[in-house]
Each structure stands twice: as C-alpha cells, then as structure tokens.
Design a protein around this ligand. Structure first.
Ligand code: G6P
Ligand code: MN
Length: 442
C-alpha cells in the first residue's frame, strides 16, 4: 500500500535552523513521504536566502516535492498537515539585549533562563497566539509542533489561550541532544534508549535510561561523567560556550548525584558562578551572529548562486531538525515512539499541581502524546520546580493582564535574581528595551 504523502509548513522559514530541518526531511523521504513543503516568514529578505537554497536542495535530493516559500498565511497553511514552528520575535538583535541587559545589572543573561527568558517570553506570546489563530483559520486539523522559545512560558501561554486545542505540541530538542550525548559516551545507539524524565522545560532530570534489555544505564553514565567529564554528541561542531555548558554536568552531579541533569540547570544551581563566567560584552547571541548565522546565510547564498549543493555541509547532522521530523513521523504513522514532551501535569508528578506544564517522556502517536507518570518526586526537586513554575505562570499572567506587579513577582521568584530591588531594576530596563514588543505593564 502506498503511504499517504504529507504537506509540511515551516513557520520561521528564515531561521538558521531551517536548512538542517529541510535536509532532515530529505533524509527521511523513504519513511515519511512528502507532497509539499512551504516556508513561511514575516521577513521576506531573510527567508528568500533560505528559500533559494531549498530549491537547489530539493531539486537534487527530493525532486518530487512541490516546494515554495511565502509570506502569505493563506498560501502557507491551507491544506497543511504539520506546522513546524520556530519563530524568534525580535531576532538575534533582541536576544543580544536579553543576554546583555541582565548581565549589566548583575544577573544571568541567557536566551531562555532568568530575565533573558522572561523578556523573550513576553515577546513570543503575542506572536505565537496570532500565528496559531492564522493556522487554525486555514488548517483547523493540522498538527502544530512548537519549538519556539522560551518553550516553558510559551506552552503555558498557549494552554491558556487555546485550552481545547489538542493538536498543539510543545517540544524541545535538548533532551534528545542529551540522549545522543549519553549514547556517544556509552558507545551505544541512543534511539534504543527508554528514558524516564521529569521536570519543566530546560529544567529537568533523567532518573533512569533503560537499554533494550531493561538495564538502567544511569549509574554507568554518572560514573563516566564523574571520571572523565561530559560533552555533547556533536562536540566537534559546537562553539566553546556549549562545550563549557556540557562540562558543567559533572559539577552538577558532584553536588546533586541523584539524576542526570538537563544542562540548563547550571544557571539555577550556580547563578553567581555562571554570571562570573559570562562576558557581558560578548554573549551567545554574538557567538551565533558571528558563527552559525553568518555561515548558514553565506553558504545558502553560494549554493543558490551555483545551483548545486556541491560539498556544502551547511546541513550537517543536526538533532534539532532530525528530531522534529521524526516526531511528525511518529504522529503521522501512529508509531508511538518515545519522546520527551511538554504537557499538563494532571497527576503525572503526583505531588505537583495538575495544571503545571511539565516535561516528561511520552509515547507519541496519531492522537498525540500519551505521557508516562513518574509518581512522587523528592522535596528538593519539588521545591525547585514549584518556584520555577510560579515564575513561569506569573510571567504568563503578567502578559495577559498587563500587570507590572506580576512581572515583578515573577522576576523576584527566579533563582537567577532573588532580590526584589534587583528584579525591579532589571524589569524597568527590559521594559524600556522591549517597548515595541511587550504589552504595556501597569
Ligand atoms: C538547544 C535548546 C533550544 C535552544 C538552542 C539554542 O537546542 O533546546 O531551546 O534554542 O539550544 O542554541 P543556540 O545555538 O542558538 O545557542
Ligand atoms: Mn529547548
């Protein structure tokens, strides 16, 4: 029997991640046949560069695909089966401010953590709601797979805005990046792992990772990490700041040896130490703008001009792109593979409120995620998660209600800030910088 052919729309078509994602679509054409692929962006100049590259890629690797790029929501979404969403409101220029403003005022400046994540969240919510309204106008039944950050805050906001929409799935690639890294350390194929995980997005822990025979690999992983350190699966392609981040997993295990931690926990466990290590004049946004962004756009221009892919490696193996394609495939063909996803708690963690947006492992099939419960969690983890979720929830409420008071409460609760006077200074500076993007806070 011939498999159905699908249509995929990438919202945020001009992203630096798009080439890797398109390459992943080509790689999986045998198992995930496509009829049509559309890029959608509100920035036509940026998207054109990627779109012209994509024409060459599909001509060489997947000529049967009907490809186009557009700024029209109607063209982008009519008849689509999956929307992969990776928009970035304010672009890397605003990411740079998210990182630098807090650092100039004595707090962590990071894309998704602390006040940086707060600022980005307050920019993302409005655009995400508008985008989903447009998607639902033209494709009421499409799956909306969201990558847009800060995913924890975006997921909670979307739950509030679209409480009955069962086809919005928020998912992050960092757990897959970590599983691949464990695979490399152990010399095993991570796609065979069965992980047990709990937390919030960018704030979670692997408690167990079972191999095919049911053997838990976590004890061995801890040993290897404690003795020889930790590095990403794709270490050769990573910038120094990411290598530093992965190396911190060892520090975290020394202090909190229960579980294998998500790398982002470094900012919450060690806010003072990490702040001292970050350069307020040159942050990750600068590294990305001078590195990945330059490289991707230059190579895409060259490929389009030449009309052939040649030796280009603009699309090296990239967990980001590969995971989202595999996720779509697992839904499309009801494969029920295990992914770590963001869902409403509803008893999964039994001693946490039902409406917390938690991150746990789930079978992923045609009806969406069927998540695995983890029971009761320890006091340390519960305390950390409740404080962090309160920050996330207050951020979402600050946006919906235009509430300065809630924004201040949110930042005060964040472990990377703590002091309310510091929180107020940072909030006022971020309000000034984000005038064009945030609702007015009163
Ligand atoms: C991981 C995270 C993403 C994050 C990305 C940042 O993949 O899961 O949420 O956006 O890292 O990467 P960058 O290279 O832009 O710092
Ligand atoms: Mn993520």
């Amino acid at each position: 029997m011939n498999k159905k052919e699908f249509t995929i729309t990438i919202a945020g078509g001009g992203s630096t991640w798009t080439p890797g994602l398109l390459k992943a679509l080509c790689k999986r054409k045998g198992t995930f046949p496509l009829k049509r692929v559309v890029l959608f962006d509100n920035n036509p100049e940026r998207q054109e560069v990627i779109g012209e590259f994509a024409k060459v890629l599909f001509k060489e690797e997947y000529p049967t695909v009907d490809f186009e790029y557009t700024t029209s929501p109607e063209v982008a979404f009519t008849g689509t089966d999956f929307v992969f969403c990776q928009i970035r409101t304010g672009g890397y220029k605003m990411r740079e401010l998210d990182e630098k403003i807090p650092l100039s005022l004595g707090a962590i400046g990071q894309e998704t953590c602390g006040p940086g994540g707060f600022a980005y969240g307050m920019r993302s919510i409005g655009d995400m709601i508008k985008l989903i309204e447009e998607v639902r106008k033209y494709a009421p039944e499409a799956w909306f797979l969201n990558y847009t950050n800060p995913a924890a805050i975006v997921a909670d906001a979307l739950k509030k805005a679209f409480p009955n929409d069962k086809k919005i799935l928020n998912i992050c690639d960092q757990p897959v990046n970590l599983l691949r890294s464990y695979g490399r350390l152990l010399g095993m194929d991570s796609s065979e792992f069965e992980p047990v995980y709990f937390g919030l997005n960018h704030f979670g822990w692997f408690t167990n990772i079972y191999d095919k025979n049911g053997v838990d690999l976590v004890p061995k992983l801890k040993d290897i990490t404690l003795n020889s350190g930790f590095k990403p699966a794709d270490a050769e392609q990573r910038d120094q700041s990411w290598l530093d981040t992965y190396a911190m997993v060892r520090d975290m295990l020394v202090d909190f040896p229960d579980y294998m931690p998500n790398t982002y926990l470094q900012y919450y466990y060690y806010p003072e130490y990490k702040k001292a290590k970050l350069d307020p004049e040159y942050t990750r946004a600068n590294e990305v703008m001078n590195g990945r962004e330059k490289r991707v756009f230059e190579e895409c221009r060259e490929i389009a001009a030449r009309g052939s892919m040649g030796e280009s490696n603009v699309v090296h193996n990239d967990a980001h792109g590969e995971m989202i394609v595999e996720v779509a495939e697992s839904i499309a063909f009801n494969e029920n593979r295990i992914y770590i996803v963001i869902v409403q708690n509803n008893g999964l963690i039994s001693n946490l409120d039902d409406d917390v947006m938690v991150e746990v492992a789930a079978n992923l099939g045609i009806n969406g995620p069927r998540p695995f419960g983890v029971g009761k969690i320890g006091t340390f983890y519960k305390g950390l998660m409740e404080q962090q979720f309160a920050y996330e929830r207050l951020t979402v409420e600050a946006w919906f209600e235009g509430s300065y008071a809630k924004a201040l409460q949110a930042l005060t609760l964040n472990r990377t800030i703590v002091d309310a006077k510091k929180a107020r200074k940072i909030l006022d500076a971020l309000i000034e910088a984000n005038k064009e993007y945030w609702p007015t806070l009163r």
